[in-house]
Design a protein around this ligand. Structure first.
Ligand SMILES: Nc1ncnc2c1ncn2[C@@H]1O[C@H](COP(=O)(O)OP(=O)(O)OP(=O)(O)O)[C@@H](O)[C@H]1O
Length: 249
């Protein structure tokens, strides 16, 4: 159902020593919406993604997934419950094919840890999920190629495909456009828009032009706090955002 809140942060905070990296941040990710989070370097965007995905535990506040309090849940448990994320760093196995990388991701989502001992090739569930994810990410033509031979843009698409192979409802994407040329950026933006129906997507991204074109909603962070959260036009017109983030009124 479009508009359903799938992931919600309620006043989550985390400090590193004396630094309040994320300071009482609240946001709601809805199915059918692409929600971008922007902010200057060090604003707390990656820390926020890590708090939502479960890689870091909030020191205060609450994270809920489809209405269930998951604040104390580990990252693998949240992943099994439908929360997928991509990373800034490269997480692919270069010698494995595109298909094999996706199949491994799909297998990792399985609830029983000893399934890791099952050879991936004999796991039909994972093969089907991998094929579906590759199709959704537009990588059919390179499914049999070693991942290391892909272009930079295709590798970023593969990371999205690996995330999709875990069958997530929520996608947390950390700078998927980093290092991309104009054509690769367009392809990725098209892919993101295609994924919006059916998913709640959070996009952390520095490419402002892309963000303002693709997002349904934009949250702006400065020094760990949210200073604005609104539709792109309203964020662009917000004087506090212009002053604090864009550097001019
Ligand atoms: N593990 C850590 N230990 C100590 N300080 C940290 C740690 N991780 C992040 N920080 C600090 O917390 C603040 C927020 O960092 P974070 O990486 O979340 O910002 P960001 O908005 O994602 O920045 P960027 O756009 O550069 O990726 C920064 O001042 C950073 O130096």
């Amino acid at each position: 159902m479009s508009g359903e809140v799938l992931l919600e942060a309620d006043r989550v905070s985390l400090s590193f020593g004396g630094l309040r990296a994320v300071d009482e941040v609240s946001l709601a990710l809805e199915r059918g919406m692409l929600h971008a989070v922007i902010g200057t370097n060090g604003a707390g965007k990656s820390t926020l993604i890590n708090l939502l995905s479960g890689e870091l535990r909030a020191s205060a506040g609450r994270v809920s997934l489809r209405g269930q309090d998951v604040t104390a849940w580990s990252q693998p448990r949240r992943a099994r419950a439908g929360l997928g994320r991509s990373y800034q760093r490269n997480t692919i196995f270069p010698e494995f094919t595109v298909f094999e990388n996706c199949r491994l991701s799909a297998q990792a989502r399985r609830p029983r840890p000893w399934d890791w001992l099952t050879p991936a090739a004999s796991c039909p569930f994972a093969g089907g999920a991998a094929t579906r994810a590759i199709g959704m990410a537009g990588l059919d033509e390179v499914a049999g190629r070693p991942a290391g031979t892909l272009s930079h843009g295709q590798k970023r698409q593969l990371e999205i495909a690996m995330c999709l192979a875990t069958d997530p409802q929520v996608l947390l994407l950390d700078e998927p456009l980093a290092g991309m040329g104009a054509e690769e950026t367009e392809r990725m933006l098209t892919l993101l828009r295609e994924l919006v129906p059916g998913h709640a997507i959070m996009l952390v991204e520095h490419d402002m032009d892309a963000v303002f074109r693709v997002a349904d909603r934009i949250t702006v962070m400065v020094n760990g706090r949210v200073i604005a959260s609104d539709a792109p036009d309203a964020v662009r017109a917000n004087p506090e955002v212009q002053l604090a983030y864009l550097g001019h009124e």
